[in-house]
Write a protein of this length. Structure first.
Ligand code: PEP
Ligand code: MG
Length: 530
């Protein structure tokens, strides 16, 4: 919670880049290449501004901005556009970056949409440098709650952190870097408060209640006293949660469950460490490669996961094979234009279709990493025993081939399956002996049980009513798993629903995996249970 006066920021996202012809394309190319180090320097300054209050790891977000500025593909295409059309650098850079932004935006994935926002911010910064404008800054001169239509990380970093009490935006999403940074700074914030920047006026007294997802205004003295008391108490409790989250959480009677993190990037792994994750319960590897323009090589796989695993090198981590397709599309895979992509060629179905380019390098990377780290391999979208046999055989084949090459992979890491297709969820006995562990993917399971597309807001109301059936299925599956001494966990959204926590412990589940920032509260809740 935060209490304070509002300051409403105007939206300065609009800018113009009219095309102009030039007699000297080389000069425009020089202008463009000279603008890039200026942008890098600006990013460095922004990073330094935040460095006082932000842990070192969180600042890694700024490395990705520098990488965006230096993206060789964008640079090359911009230069050839200037060269071919004798046009101005700001126009060329705008056009090329727009192409990349639009590709990311077309994919129905909140994470990628956010990467598009990041690229927009970088694009705007470079264009302003090229046009000779001062990169816009709006600052705070007294403690305030900032209200804006949306705010990017550069604008956020320019604010005097000492005076930033809270943040409310009309647009923006939970996977957005702005939200990652404000969260890391410990600043209360609310995103997607419809028309907030129009309805709230500068100097309005506000309370941000992020726990209940609401803003209070028009406060009287009594309200102010009450909210201030609540804020002091909350701060004390959260500090305690964070301190206590490091280490296993036990119920009063000594039961425990691993509270794990769902991770899709290096930044998430940093969060996982900070919030006391007992390991990574689901590494959505496909999220690491959405932005590329070519298939990730074995080396890229290894390098990417190594950085992530090195954040928590002692723990055991579950790495999932690529789950591309459905709403996670990439430019290097053809868009199959299926009518029902969630039921079509996704995950391993796609993986086997492009085996040499997609699955093979990843399996090999996993096997090589298994010699260095405690990892488990998780197979998405298993529908029947043929699927399971096919992937088990492929992994064994790669092991054999690697051993021929002298790798000495003597023991395979545990291989488990996502329980996210009803045919698996209702028939544990058919799968229990073949896989080493099971992880309930309640997001997909809910959409398949309710025949309600999880990406379609019009039917999303159906998804919550799958809870009852899913709990029933997990309970039944857990009985079989325990009998066969197999591990069972949950990695869909249901895992962090406190309402079911006592039941998960009762079922003797091995783990629940969730967004890293939810871990401290869930661990605190476990400690309150009998
Ligand atoms: C799930 O389906 O519940 C799951 C965890 O996987 P994803 O959300 O990546 O499909
Ligand atoms: Mg799934």
């Amino acid at each position: 919670m935060a209490i304070g006066k509002a300051i409403v920021f105007e939206n300065r996202d609009k800018y113009k880049t009219p095309i102009k012809t030039t007699a000297n394309a080389n000069e425009e190319i020089n202008n463009f290449t000279n603008a890039l180090p200026v942008a890098i320097e600006k990013i460095e300054i922004l990073k330094r501004n935040l460095a006082i209050n932000l842990p070192k790891d969180e600042l890694e977000i700024f490395e990705s901005y520098s990488a965006m500025v230096n993206d060789p593909e964008v640079i090359e295409k911009t230069i050839s556009l200037i060269d071919n059309y004798n046009c101005n650098a700001d126009f060329a850079y705008y056009e090329i970056s727009k192409e990349f932004i639009e590709t990311l935006e077309q994919i129905d994935d909140p994470y990628l949409k956010q990467r598009a926002e990041d690229l927009k911010m970088i694009s705007k910064m470079i264009i302003e440098i090229l046009q000779g404008n001062k990169y816009n800054s709006q600052d705070l001169s007294s403690p305030s709650i900032v209200v804006a239509e949306k705010i990017n990380t550069a604008q956020l970093a320019e604010l005097n952190q000492e005076y930033l009490l809270g943040l409310i935006t009309s647009k923006g999403g939970i996977t957005d870097h702005t939200s990652i940074i404000v969260k890391a700074l410990g600043i209360p914030y609310l995103l997607e408060v419809k028309e907030a920047h129009q309805k709230i006026k500068t100097n309005d007294l506000l309370v941000i209640d992020s726990k209940n997802n609401c803003v209070h205004h028009n406060l009287n003295k009594k309200d102010i006293g009450r909210f201030n008391g609540q804020i002091n108490l909350d701060q004390k409790i959260m500090k305690k949660f964070m301190r206590d989250a490091q280490g296993e959480a036990f119920t009063k009677s000594g039961k425990t469950i691993n509270v794990l993190a769902n991770v899709g990037s290096l930044e998430d792994a940093v969060q996982a460490l900070k919030f006391g994750a007992d390991g990574i319960g689901l590494l959505r590897t496909e999220l690491c490669f959405l932005k590329r323009s070519s298939f990730p090589s074995e080396k890229t796989h290894i390098d990417t996961y190594t950085k992530i695993l090195d954040k928590l090198p002692e723990k055991t981590h579950t790495l999932r094979l690529l789950d591309f397709g459905s709403d996670k599309k990439v430019s290097y895979l053809p868009d199959l234009k299926e009518d029902n992509p969630a039921l079509g060629n996704r995950a391993l179905r796609l993986g086997f279709y492009y085996y040499k380019k997609l699955l093979k390098p990843q399996i090999r990377a996993f096997l090589k990493l298994s010699k260095l780290y405690k990892i488990k391999i998780l197979c998405p979208m298993i529908a029947n025993n043929q699927d399971l046999d096919q992937i088990l055989n492929a992994i064994k084949l790669e092991q054999k081939e690697l051993n021929h090459l002298g790798e000495e992979i003597k023991i395979l890491p545990p291989i488990g399956i996502m329980v996210e297709i009803p045919n698996v969820a209702v028939n544990p006995e058919n799968f229990i002996s073949k896989a080493d562990f099971f992880s309930f993917g309640t997001n997909d399971l809910a959409q398949f049980l309710m025949a309600a597309d999880r990406t379609n807001e019009d039917v999303s109301r159906y998804l919550a009513s799958a809870d009852h059936s899913i709990i029933h299925l997990i309970k039944n599956f857990a009985k079989h798993a325990k009998k066969h001494k197999k591990e069972i966990s949950i990695c869909g959204e249901l895992a962090s629903n406190k309402k079911y926590l006592a039941q998960f412990l009762e079922m003797n589940l091995d783990g629940i995996s969730m967004s890293p920032s939810l871990i401290p509260e869930i661990k605190a809740e476990i400690k309150l249970l009998d």
